[in-house]
Design a protein around this ligand. Structure first.
Ligand code: IMP
Length: 469
């Protein structure tokens, strides 16, 4: 394989730093990596760093709404559905039952990776229980956004990625209209199922389109089934009972790494509902989304960006709609991997992060993009919320209350120096170290990894005793 070097580029972490990662994270057992903000925290890089110590990398939630960028040997890989463990030839990568899969997207990713010399065969497995995203889900996603906006009359939307995620999960819960990947393995049954569902969808979507003054073209069930059975030819060999596979892997002593997509504040139950995605993207989703009992996952790495970002609608207490926000956006290249949308940027919100660390049960924090904050004289950290003149007790469950909340800031010294060349905690400027200590003390979880740039080597693994409290 000519470009094997991309996949096998060494992790340029110093051996003692890597040993420390093993001691503090890997040796605890099966591990989940989850974002503690609104996504795009840089989970892909940490998954990539840890993958070498695990045997199986598992996606358990979301779909092609997620976008993981991983930089290996100066090559950037943008992955949406396929776990980033695919960059290592010897790892098994599982898209588990909790994921909603757009087969065309998955095939495009497979082809893109193969073009760059990554081998894909038995190392990629797709759960037969995972639900299929169909073209009508994407149509419904767009129409629902329009319908909502019209009904409210204020142009307010959820701001979805338009990838059909919500409607696909809704059909999964609806049952009559859900179609699982396993159905692709039996063409006759698949055709019958598609015909049944399309008959219902044509009625519902036509009415929805009419209410939005949009034209509607009836879906041809036969053509749709043909299209998807074409995908089955490509994906069929990857489809399996992934729950069985994962339990067999665990009994065989293999280590599992769960790669969260989206993030805890976008969790359908525990996020800023209704401005959330449609899956349990906190670590809680591992259990239902991969069929793994709660007690099995002992190490949970919460990924936190050194500031706050959000794409789409919904409350964001520390949002900066000014030059400071623009400066963070440009320095952090804060534009969506999936949709290219500019991300909303703001100061770090520790009230939100403490809440998500609790919900997700984070046992350690990886602090990402610290380099982006270089050059600010002062840094603000949100340590409380005020609502209608009263200080709130923690993170509110009602997005309306959050939308009306104002941040209570603590202001700390910034650091002028670039930090992207620092490889040890004691090489960071004192103000940067204080910022890190502030976070772990407030959240109550140790910051064990600090990322100071996109490359693997631009990573500090804390060597000294880190105390969270
Ligand atoms: P959906 O997942 O496409 O339905 O979008 C619902 C909300 O979640 C929107 O605000 C999206 O912008 C947001 N969202 C979904 N996935 C991600 C992600 O991976 N990163 C950041 N935001 C996301």
């Amino acid at each position: 394989m000519s470009s094997v070097s991309h996949a096998q580029a060494p992790i340029e972490l110093e051996p003692d730093a890597h040993e420390e990662l093993r001691r503090r994270i890997v040796n605890r057992g099966h591990c989940a990596i989850v974002g503690l903000q609104w996504g795009d925290e840089g989970k892909g890089k940490i998954v990539d760093l840890l993958t070498r110590d695990y045997d199986v990398v598992v996606r358990y939630n979301g779909g092609a709404n997620a976008g993981h960028s991983v930089v290996v040997a100066n090559e950037r890989y943008a992955l949406h559905l396929i776990p980033s463990g695919i960059l290592y030839p010897e790892k098994t990568n599982v898209v588990a039952n909790g994921v909603v899969v757009d087969p065309a997207q998955m095939i495009a990713e497979i082809d893109g990776l193969r073009d760059r010399g990554i081998e894909i065969g038995d190392n990629l497995r797709l759960s037969d229980r995972a639900h299929l995203v169909m073209p009508y889900h994407k149509l419904q996603d767009g129409l629902m956004e329009q319908a909502l906006s019209r009904a409210r009359g204020d142009n307010q939307k959820i701001g979805t990625t338009g990838r059909g995620i919500g409607p696909c999960y809704a059909d999964k819960a609806q049952r009559a209209t859900g179609i699982r990947a396993g159905a692709l393995l039996d063409p006759d049954r698949f055709r019958r199922k598609v015909a049944e569902v399309v008959a219902i969808k044509n009625v519902l979507l036509e009415a929805l389109a009419r209410s939005c003054d949009e034209p509607y073209e009836q879906i041809d069930a036969g053509a749709l089934a043909d299209e998807y059975l074409g995908y089955a030819d490509r994906l069929g060999g990857h489809i399996c009972d992934s729950t069985r596979l994962l339990h067999d892997a665990m009994s065989g002593g293999q280590r599992l790494l769960f790669e969260g997509a989206n993030a805890t504040l976008l969790d359908i139950d525990h996020g800023t509902y209704p401005f959330v995605t449609s899956s349990n993207c906190s670590s809680l989703g591992v259990h239902t989304g991969a069929g793994i009992p709660g007690h099995c996952v002992r190490s949970i790495v919460g990924i936190v960006k050194a500031y706050q970002t959000r794409v789409g609608g919904g409350p964001m207490v520390t949002e900066l709609k000014d030059e400071t926000g623009d400066r963070i956006r440009e320095a952090g290249r804060e534009y969506g991997t999936t949709t290219g949308r500019p991300r909303r940027c703001g100061w770090l919100d520790l009230v939100a992060i403490r809440y998500s660390a609790e919900v997700s049960g984070a046992t350690s924090i990886a602090l990402m993009l610290l380099d982006v904050l270089s050059g600010f004289d002062r840094l603000k950290i949100c340590v409380g919320y005020r609502h209608q003149g009263r200080k709130l007790d923690g993170f509110p469950s009602d997005a309306g209350v959050l939308a009306g909340a104002e941040p209570i800031y603590d202001e700390v010294e910034g650091f002028a120096e670039p930090v992207c060349a620092c490889r040890r905690f004691d090489e960071l400027p004192e103000a940067a170290r204080s910022y890190v200590r502030y976070i772990e003390k407030f959240v109550g979880v140790p910051v064990q990894i600090i990322s100071v740039g996109p490359r693997r080597d631009q990573t500090i693994v804390r060597q000294e005793e880190t105390r969270a409290k």
